[in-house]
Design a protein around this ligand. Structure first.
Ligand SMILES: [Zn+2]
Length: 171
C-alpha cells in the first residue's frame, strides 16, 4: 500500500523544534520499554531543561536518546539534522552539500559533513536491506530488538538509524 508523500509542511508541523525531534528519537529508541531501567517503576521520563536528555520522574535516572547516533555531540541543531535527512529521503538523486548549505543556512563545511554522514547512513541502510539482516520497519530511527529492553548496558552500544527509503512516512 502506497503511503502519501510526507511534505515539507507536514515535516515542520511534526517537528517544530529540537525538542520535538528529541522526543521522536526517545520514542523510537525506547519503543516498548515499560519500566525505568534503574528503579523498575513504570516508564515516566521528563525532559531535562536545557539538556538533551530525559530523567525518570521517580529516581532521576537519565536517558540520553542521542547517544551513539549521528546526532550525538553535533553542534548542528537536531531539527537541522532531521530536515537534512528529510531532504535526502525526498530526493531521488541525492542532495549536494551546496544545496544543504542553502536550505539549512549552515556553513558549507557543516553542510558537507552532514551530507557525508547521511550518505553513509543511507548506504548502510540499503546494504542492510539487501542483506536482509534487519527487519525493515517504516521508522526512521528504530532501535534494534535489544533496545526494546533498555538497561544500562544499552548505553554505549550502536544504534542503527533507519532512513525511510523514499519518504518520511515513517516519522
Ligand atoms: Zn527510575
Amino acid at each position: 500500500m502506497k503511503k502519501e508523500k510526507f511534505t515539507v509542511k507536514q515535516f515542520h508541523e511534526k517537528f517544530p523544534d529540537d525538542d520535538a525531534c528529541l522526543q521522536d528519537v526517545l520514542e523510537k529508541r525506547y519503543i516498548g520499554v515499560k519500566e525505568c531501567p534503574e528503579c523498575g517503576r513504570h516508564f515516566n521520563f521528563y525532559k531535562v531543561k536545557a539538556r538533551k536528555c530525559y530523567a525518570c520522574a521517580f529516581c532521576g535516572y537519565q536517558l540520553h536518546p542521542l547517544a551513539d547516533t549521528i546526532f550525538h555531540k553535533s553542534s548542528t541543531s537536531l531539527k537541522n539534522w532531521f530536515f537534512a535527512i528529510f531532504l535526502f529521503s525526498a530526493s531521488k538523486n541525492g542532495v549536494s552539500a551546496k544545496e544543504l548549505e542553502r536550505q539549512l543556512g549552515v556553513t558549507y563545511k557543516t553542510a558537507w559533513r552532514m551530507a557525508k554522514q547521511i550518505r553513509i547512513l543511507f548506504k548502510e541502510f540499503h546494504t542492510e536491506q539487501l542483506n536482509g539482516t534487519v527487519e525493515i520497519d517504516e521508522t526512521f530511527i528504530g532501535g534494534k530488538e535489544k533496545y526494546k529492553h533498555a538497561d544500562k548496558k544499552t548505553e554505549g552500544t550502536q544504534i542503527i538509524c533507519r532512513p525511510s527509503k523514499s519518504s518520511y512516512n515513517g516519522f
